[in-house]
Design a protein around this ligand. Sequence first.
Ligand code: SDX
Length: 434
Amino acid sequence: MSEKRVVTITDPISGKSADCPLLEGTHGRPVIDIRQIARELGYFTHDPGYATTSACRSAITYIDGEKGELLYRGYPIEQLAERSNYLEVCYLLLYGDLPDHAQWEEFNASIRRHTMVHEGIRRFLFGYRYDAHPMGMLVGIVGALSTYYHDSLDVRIPEHRNLSAIRLIAKLPSIAADCYKHSIGQPYMYPINSLGYVENFLQMMFAVRAEPYVPNPVAVRALELMLILHADHEQNASTSTVRLAGSSGANPFACIAAGIATLWGPAHGGANEAVIHLLEAIGDPANIPKFIARAKDRNDPFRLMGFGHRVYKNFDPRATLIRQACHDLLRDLDADDQPLFGIALELERIALEDEYFVERKLYPNVDFYSGIILRALGIPLNMFTVLFAMARCVGWIAQWLEMMVDEEQRIGRPQQLYTGAPRRDYCPLAERGA
Ligand code: SDX
């Protein structure tokens, strides 16, 4: 049994010491269990944005930011992207291993059985304005699922947790497509369960009842890649939100709705939409230096969307895979977005030669190229983050399931450093002066 390592932290003022256990995982940096500091030294620790804080033990995903490595349950993302499919990756993330034939058939059948959404849910959509952002609709509808599926809300029961997981993965494509149809005034399509997961989504998005529709296999493969690459990513902001919501015992539909709300932010999942706005604003490679200068100006809040990452200080491996897929897709579909792709490639080249970006290790992240693929597939801009949420839903659920059986986990409740007014007594209005 290896000697348990500790890190001793001594307070020079009191002379007291805290022996903090050093915890080591399979890969990555060891972590100091700092709970002794409060007990022995009486101090809390301070880490705004939790940039250096491990919030949980997890066996699902591992990122090496320095190497630009991403593993799902130990499998390199490059191998899964090339050889797997999204539903198989869902099984892997949820249950820890790749399925055998029997497990694969059962999982597929479970998902197919739950692709339809209660008709009452579709009446929610009628309440939204025609120009409502699909993310606003998605947050509301996913949260409302808990008002329909009362038979899978008791989070203490494993069967309820698993049924809610299956329902969410199966229904997200139907709900996402319904939000799109509502925004363009077309009638909703129903799932066709003889189709694969991605084909089914594309037909619900783009088919109309008056015409037959056959998904383009090139588009199917490109979208399958996008879903795999966005499926999970350790304790990012939206996943941490789902865990925090789940730590209170909230039902899974409410927790996933909270994750969707967090993903919507432009600093997180909303960046893919923001990147297209940026590339369109640049308009011509000749304008790139002007935008680079703005991104470097500390007095200008402007940032180069799609660049930088809290963890990756090397290329985001997902960005590398998506860049290649962009190239292939635009060629295969003979899409007219080459100019936008050209601006993206030139922007990447210039930025990666610029000291500001090199010094801060700001590389293209998953959002930098994903928008170009989605546009080439005919996905409208305001649906980009909905696609991200659809892909990440399995990651959120897998992390939620892991947390629900983690004996170390308790309700999340961070501390703070209070910097407000010192204690003072109430003063009646009459005595407060003019
Ligand atoms: C996702 O966490 C995840 O895993 C997220 C995600 C996932 O799969 O779940 O990977 C998905 O959210 C990808 C990130 C998408 N967001 C963007 O592309 C928005 C643009 N990026 C930045 O807002 C920023 O890079 C973040 C939010 C992604 C990371 O911010 P950090 O780690 O808090 O970095 P920071 O703000 O501390 O910046 C460090 C320095 C600062 O400059 P100095 O103060 O040192 O002078 O880098 C600068 C920042 O100003 N900087 C940028 C920049 N990103 C950071 N400068 C210009 N453009 C940028 N994009």
